[in-house]
Design a protein around this ligand. Sequence first.
Ligand code: HEC
Length: 105
Amino acid sequence: MLSRVLLFFGLLGMLAGVALAAPSSERQKQLIHRLKHDCGSCHGLTLKGGLGPPLLPSSLAAREEAELVEVILKGVAGTPMPPWGSELTTEEARWLVRVLKEGVI
Ligand code: HEC
C-alpha cells in the first residue's frame, strides 16, 4: 500500500517537473524580447537574416531540434554566432527553437 502511495506521488512529481520545465510566462516574454533584440541584431529584427542566416520556419524546417539547441547553447566556433549557454538553460533554448520553428514571431 505504502509503495503504491509513493509511486503515485513519484509520478505526480515527474508530471509537475515536466510542466515546470517550460519557461514561465514572464520568462517567455523576456526570451521573445531577447530573440528580437539580441538575436535579431545578427539574424535580422524579423529574423529574415542579416549577418546570421534567417531563422524562419522554412529555413529551420529540415533541421533537428537538438542540433539547433546545441548551436544556441554552444555557438558556432569560427563564426560570429556566440554561445548562449551561460544565459539560457537547455529548456529555454529548446523553447526558443520551437518558437522559431513555429514562426510565432
Ligand atoms: C553576433 C551575431 C549573432 C548573434 C547575436 C546571434 N547569432 Fe545565431 N548565428 C550567427 C551566425 C553568423 C550563424 C551562422 C553560423 C554558421 O555559419 O554555421 C548563426 C547561426 C544560428 C543558428 C543556426 C541556423 C542555421 O541555419 O544553421 C541558430 C538556430 C541561431 N543562430 C540562433 C540564435 C539565437 C536564438 C540567438 C539569440 C539568443 C542568436 N542566434 C544570436 C550570428 C549570431
